[in-house]
Design a protein around this ligand. Structure first.
Ligand code: NAG
Ligand code: NAG
Ligand code: ZN
Length: 306
C-alpha cells in the first residue's frame, strides 16, 4: 500500500517534470555563443525543418487560385495576450478567421498570432527586425495537437516587418499591454486586450505575392506539419517598437532578448514563388508597365538597327 502510494507519487513527479521540463527549452544567449542548443526530437533529426533562408532566385514559379482571407478585418473583442516564456501570443478570438485558396486544398482557421524578434526566415540572407506568425489549423482536425501530427495539419502565414520611421499600429497596441505580461511571474497568465483590434492593423495588405514551402513548427516539438506561406510584402515597424519586446522576461527573470531559431537545411525542398494576379495593383498599371517595357524594346531595336 505504502509502496503503491510512493510509486504513484513518483509517477506524478516524473509526469510533472516532463510537462514542466518540455517548456524549459530556450534560445541561446547570442551575445555569448554562436552555438544553437539542441532541442531534441524532430528539432534535431527532422528533414523538413523551419525556418530556412528564402530566395526568389532559387524558387519555382507557381500559379494558384487567389487566397481568401475571411474575416481578418473584423474587430476582435478582448482577445488574450500571453507571455509563454518564448513569445508573446494573441489568441481566443471571438471571430472565426479562415484561410482558403492558394496551394491549400482544405480550409484553415486562425488559432493564434505570435511574434518573433528578430525574424526567423531570411530573404537572400537578409534578416528582418520582426516576423509575425499567423498560425492556422486545418479544419479537418479537431485541435492543434491533432493537426500537428499530420503533414497538412497546419498553415502558417509568415509576415516580415522592415525597420522604418513609421510605427505599426497593431504592434503598438500589443506594446500598450506589455507591462501586464512583462515579468517572468506573468508567464502562462493571459490578459485580455481591451483596445479595439483587428489583424489588418498588423498586416495592412495580405493580397500580394508569397513564397511557400513545406516545413515545420520553429519551436519544440518542431512538428513537420506546416505549409509555410511567407508574404513578399513587408510592413513597417520602428526599432523602438522592436526594443520593447527585448525587455520581456523568460524563465528565471532572464530577458528574452531575441526568440528566433537559426535557419535550417533546405534539403532540396521546393520553394514556390507565387504572384497573385488580382493583387492590389490595378490592371491599367500592369498594362502600362508592359507598354513601358515594349517601348524600351522598340528603342533598343531601333538603336541596334542604326
Ligand atoms: C546582449 O547585448 C545587448 C546589447 O549590449 C544587451 O542589450 C542585452 O541585454 C544582452 N543580452 C543578454 C541576454 O545578456
Ligand atoms: C485533440 O483531438 C484529439 C482527436 O479528436 C483528441 O483525442 C484529443 O483529446 C484532443 N486534445 C485536446 C487537447 O483537446
Ligand atoms: Zn513562430
Amino acid at each position: 500500500m505504502v509502496n503503491g502510494n510512493l510509486l504513484t507519487s513518483f509517477a506524478v513527479i516524473l509526469l510533472f517534470q516532463s510537462v514542466v521540463g518540455s517548456d524549459h527549452w530556450s534560445y541561446p544567449d547570442r551575445n555569448a555563443t554562436n552555438v544553437f542548443p539542441q532541442w531534441g526530437g524532430l528539432c534535431d533529426t527532422g528533414n523538413r525543418q523551419s525556418p530556412i533562408d528564402l530566395s526568389l532566385s532559387g524558387a519555382l514559379k507557381g500559379n494558384f487560385p487567389d487566397f481568401e482571407f475571411h474575416n481578418y478585418d473584423k474587430t476582435l473583442t478582448s482577445p488574450s495576450l500571453l507571455n509563454n516564456g518564448h513569445t508573446v501570443k494573441l489568441s481566443n478570438f471571438n471571430v472565426q478567421m479562415t484561410l482558403t485558396g492558394g496551394p491549400l486544398t482544405d480550409k484553415f482557421i486562425v488559432e493564434e498570432v505570435h511574434l518573433h524578434w528578430w525574424s526567423e526566415h531570411t530573404i537572400d540572407k537578409i534578416r528582418y527586425p520582426m516576423e509575425a506568425h499567423i498560425v492556422h489549423r486545418n479544419t479537418r482536425y479537431a485541435n492543434i495537437t491533432e493537426a500537428a501530427s499530420h503533414k497538412n495539419g497546419i498553415a502558417v502565414v509568415g509576415v516580415l516587418f522592415h525597420a522604418s520611421n513609421e510605427a505599426n499600429k497593431g504592434i503598438g497596441k500589443i506594446i500598450e499591454n506589455i507591462e501586464f505580461i512583462n515579468s517572468a511571474d506573468e508567464i502562462g497568465k493571459p490578459v485580455k486586450i481591451e483596445q479595439k483590434l483587428n489583424l489588418r492593423e498588423f498586416f495592412p495588405k495580405l493580397s500580394g505575392g508569397y513564397l511557400s514551402y513545406p516545413g515545420s513548427l520553429t519551436t519544440p516539438s518542431c512538428a513537420e506539419a506546416v505549409t509555410w506561406i511567407v508574404l513578399l510584402d513587408t510592413f513597417p515597424v520602428t526599432l523602438d517598437q522592436v526594443n520593447e519586446f527585448k525587455g520581456i522576461e523568460t524563465y528565471g527573470g532572464k530577458k528574452l532578448t531575441d526568440n528566433y531559431r537559426d535557419v535550417q537545411k533546405k534539403n532540396n525542398r521546393p520553394v514556390l514563388v507565387v504572384h497573385q494576379e488580382s493583387s492590389d495593383a490595378p490592371a491599367s498599371l500592369r498594362a502600362s508597365t508592359f507598354s513601358l517595357i515594349g517601348s524600351i524594346v522598340v528603342l533598343y531595336i531601333s538603336k541596334v538597327l542604326q
